[in-house]
Ligand binder design. Structure first.
Ligand code: RIB
Length: 336
């Protein structure tokens, strides 16, 4: 079995912390005699320090935790990619935790990350998350960045999208093609980000002088099946176009529309949100509100690591603007 830092300390007759200080060259307070004795044992046994040995003195593990609600959604995979790229270029590793949109699992993972002595956390809350644990950690000075799904706490570093603008531009795009019966499949409306997209939808209807009809709205769940349920309801209500507040629900809408023998966009136009990579290869390619996903991930990692190093941050809130990736899923309404 490989020799441990504990074995080295025992053989040298010193504490584990003394060995760790010598390994990390933080040993100004240690005599040359002791240092030489420990270094000889390390050489004799070819000892390689573990992450624990390194972290004992530096109190840093150069590791950050990332909690995401649903890693099976390519949006969070793309976001995690940005976080990891941002962390790696600063010499940090990432522990990825999938909370399944479950607040209990969130708490469980926060405890796991504490035990692992991560230096900071990037947090994307579950749809119905309990934010108190995060607020408490933040108030205790533990480095945290909230990403994508904002919390009502001015003191927490946050990286997020202007979701109102995203909902507005998706709906306006459909209205400009002449659609008057525009359905909306929202995300879980307890989630602030979902609410903002829905408000953008309503604002665009108002500005384009289209009356709001609650029968053209379905509260979804950011999953494909939520898009299927929503599309069935909205087609029954006579929608000629559907704005789905994320791409997975737009894919569910595609499935139902095509199962009913209808064509996209000739019969029904569809716009999604996130612009994950599959949207460009769909038949027909989906028009979608694009999030600067990878950049948001990298920026959140950079903000967190600056905070871990105790560096001052120019801004603790970073808002990003969406753009519209126009493809082939929208056309003027079929002649009624
Ligand atoms: O697709 C999942 C949705 O939840 C995305 O729109 C993203 O913003 C996340 O919050």
């Amino acid at each position: 079995m490989a020799i441990t830092i504990k074995d080295i300390a025992k053989k040298a007759g010193v504490s584990i912390t003394t060995v760790s200080k010598i390994i990390n060259k933080k040993d100004d307070d240690i005599s040359d005699k002791t240092r030489e004795k420990v270094m000889k044992i390390i050489d004799d046994y070819n000892y390689v320090p573990s992450a624990l040995a390194t972290s004992l003195v530096t109190k840093k593990t150069n590791t950050i935790g990332l909690l995401v609600p649903d890693i099976s959604n390519a949006f969070f995979a793309e976001l995690a990619r940005g976080v990891e790229d941002g962390a790696n270029c600063e010499g940090y590793n990432v522990i990825l935790c999938n909370t399944d949109d479950n607040p209990d699992k969130e708490i469980q993972y926060l405890n796991v990350l504490k035990v692992k002595h991560v230096d900071g956390i990037i947090f994307l809350s579950a749809a119905l998350s309990n934010h108190n644990a995060i607020k408490r950690l933040n108030s205790e000075g533990f480095p945290i960045v909230v990403l994508d799904r904002t919390l009502d706490d001015e003191n927490i570093m946050t990286v997020y999208l202007d979701n109102f603008a995203g909902g507005y531009m998706a709906t306006k795009h459909l209205a400009e093609f002449g659609h008057k019966r525009i359905g909306c499949i929202t995300g879980p409306l307890k989630n602030k980000l979902a609410k903002h997209r829905f408000c953008g939808y309503k604002k665009a209807l108002e500005e384009m002088r289209i009356s709001f009809d609650e029968h053209l709205v379905h509260e979804g769940n950011f999953k494909t099946n939520g898009g299927e349920f929503g599309a069935k309801k909205l087609l029954k209500a006579g929608a000629t176009a559907i704005f789905a507040c994320n791409d997975l629900m737009a894919y569910g809408a595609y499935k139902v529309i095509q199962e009913q023998g209808l064509k996209i966009p000739q019969d029904i136009s569809v716009v999604g949100f996130d612009d994950i990579f599959m949207s460009d290869i769909l038949a027909p390619p989906l028009t979608s509100v694009k999030q600067p996903t990878h950049v948001m991930g990298m920026v959140s990692a950079a903000m967190l690591i600056k905070s871990i190093k105790g560096e001052k941050l120019e801004k603790t809130k970073m808002e990003f603007k969406p753009t519209l990736s126009v493809r082939k899923s929208v056309s003027p309404p079929a002649k009624s």
